[in-house]
Ligand binder design. Structure first.
Ligand SMILES: NC(=O)C1=CN([C@@H]2O[C@H](COP(=O)(O)OP(=O)(O)OC[C@H]3O[C@@H](n4cnc5c(N)ncnc54)[C@H](OP(=O)(O)O)[C@@H]3O)[C@@H](O)[C@H]2O)C=CC1
Ligand SMILES: O=C(CO)[C@@H](O)[C@H](O)[C@@H](O)C(=O)O
Length: 254
């Protein structure tokens, strides 16, 4: 009897672009994909932190390149993707948050968070998908959304709007590109201990609010996202597209 075999979680021979790779969740995703055998291209705006991460990954024996990119600049996105050549995997992790009660949210903050979290990820995902479609290749495109793409958060109306938008375009692209073998999914973390979340997690009152809602009883660590990104990038998730993978310790289960 031939037993069924688990499809491979390995990514040898595949090339991945990871934005926001110089910090936090993006750094974790880049390290996870590299560990699974992918060649990884790291992208962010600041050169120094990128070079430090590239050096650490190369020092651990991984295949890595680094390129500066501001994802809020659509021309820079096109130039970057054209210059990189063939890719198989994209992880959009670059993003930002600004917190304020909805009654006080400014147009400037709204535009900045929309540009950084939605417009950049939308056009980068499209640019990579165009390359895959032109080459007739399958691919896995992963957007780092948030549990805030599924629920509301006080003082986070603008941030929540951006993450709900990411969920929306991910599903629409998954429908359009499924016939091409291009999969598009989101990963939706709860609060993960990174520089972005420090404003919440280093304030005892806010941290208590977070910890009271995470059913597993602790805030997330970068490592909590790493297995998920490898899974979604690999053939182990070959039938999964248009999905949201919650890494929220049960926050949204209630
Ligand atoms: N930490 C958390 O609790 C959670 C985070 N998320 C999401 O995960 C993603 C990553 O967050 P996290 O790792 O915490 O954040 P960090 O602040 O630790 O890292 C953000 C990264 O994005 C890069 N970046 C920011 N803006 C741009 C830009 N315009 N163009 C290119 N790169 C950019 C930064 O580098 P540089 O400034 O040099 O460009 C940095 O590498 C975000 O989308 C966030 O919304 C989702 C759920 C929970
Ligand atoms: O998405 C998040 C939690 O699910 C985080 O990025 C936070 O919203 C972060 O911006 C914060 O509020 O500290």
């Amino acid at each position: 009897m031939d037993l069924p075999r688990t499809p491979s979680f390995r990514l040898d021979g595949r090339r991945a672009l990871v934005t926001g790779a110089s910090s936090g969740i993006g750094l974790g995703c880049a390290a996870a994909l590299a560990e699974a055998g992918a060649q990884v291209v790291l992208a962010a705006r600041g050169r120094d932190r990128l070079d430090a991460v590239a050096g650490a990954l190369a020092g651990a024996g991984h295949s890595v390149e680094a390129c500066t990119l501001d994802i809020t600049d659509p021309d820079a996105i096109e130039a970057c993707v054209d210059g990189l050549g063939p890719l198989d995997i994209l992880v959009n992790s670059a993003g930002l948050a600004r917190h304020a009660p909805a009654l006080d949210a400014t147009v400037a903050d709204f535009d900045a968070v929309m540009d950084g979290n939605v417009r950049g990820a939308f056009f980068l995902t499209r640019a990579v998908a165009r390359g895959l479609a032109a080459a007739g290749k399958a691919g896995s495109l992963i957007n780092i959304s948030s549990q805030m793409g599924h629920v509301g958060g006080i003082d986070r109306s603008v941030y929540c709007a951006t993450k709900h938008a990411v969920e929306g375009f991910t599903k629409a692209m998954a429908i359009e590109w499924g016939p091409l073998g291009i999969r598009v999914n989101t990963i939706c973390p709860t609060f993960i201990r990174t520089p972005l979340a420090a404003v919440t997690l280093e304030d005892p009152e806010k941290r208590a609010w977070v910890e009271a809602r995470i059913k597993l009883g602790r805030v997330g660590e970068i490592e909590d996202v790493m297995g998920a990104v490898t899974f979604l990038a690999s053939d182990a998730s070959a039938m999964i597209t248009g999905s949201a993978l919650m890494i929220d310790g049960g926050w949204t289960a209630e």
